[in-house]
Write a new protein. Structure first.
Length: 202
């Protein structure tokens, strides 16, 4: 059974340093965290699931997640990561990452994401992305599910999804796309293009 600590909605201003060191699940959602530092977070090296959603996080210390070598699920949804100057650092074992609702814009998102070779699920919904470049997803070659709904995407560069040969689910709904071209995604099973402004399919 998972060793779980639930600290949501406690008005915390920082990550607690007095929790059991062997916890595997830590929920710090709905607090008032504004920065995440390598310590005390790095004390909890057994963490597999970390929920930091619905905080005020605008500062991530470089390499803040590096000590968490077992981390598989990271939720940073609904924070202020658009104000962050650093990145998430290499996320070598993280399989699911939620960055929705952070006002992320094109260019910043690539810098923030970096290298995540094991990532299977990436949620980038409800941000401010306007453009996907060829190199946007180069650091996430294992991606299977990608959610980009409710951005303001107007342009997807040819080859933007070529780095994702395992992609099976792609949600591009509620964007501003007017034209879509052949993605050549052989394993794609679900493609949601609803609520766009399509004029042409190429």
């Amino acid at each position: 059974m998972d060793k779980e600590v639930l600290c949501q909605g406690l008005g915390l201003l920082q990550v607690p340093s007095v929790l059991p060191r062997d916890i595997e699940v830590l929920d710090l959602s709905e607090n008032q965290l504004w920065r995440i530092l390598a310590l005390p977070l790095g004390f909890y090296t057994a963490l597999r699931h970390l929920d930091l959603s619905f905080n005020e996080i605008s500062f991530l210390q470089p390499g803040v997640f590096q000590a968490l070598s077992h981390l598989e699920h990271l939720n940073l949804a609904h924070n202020r990561l658009a104000l962050s100057t650093g990145g998430l650092g290499p996320l070598l074992h993280v399989m699911s990452l939620d960055l929705s609702g952070n006002s992320l814009y094109s260019g910043l998102m690539e810098r923030l994401l970096g290298e995540a070779p094991a990532l299977r699920t990436l949620v980038l919904a409800e941000n401010s992305l306007t453009h996907l470049a060829r190199q946007t997803f180069w650091g996430t070659p294992a991606l299977e599910r990608l959610d980009l709904h409710s951005n303001v995407l107007m342009d997807i560069e040819d080859g933007a999804f070529e780095a994702l040969p395992h992609l099976t689910h792609l949600n591009l709904s509620r964007n501003s796309l007017t034209c879509i071209s052949d993605f050549s995604l052989q394993h794609l099973r679900v493609l949601d293009l609803s609520c766009n402004s399509f004029e042409a399919f190429q």
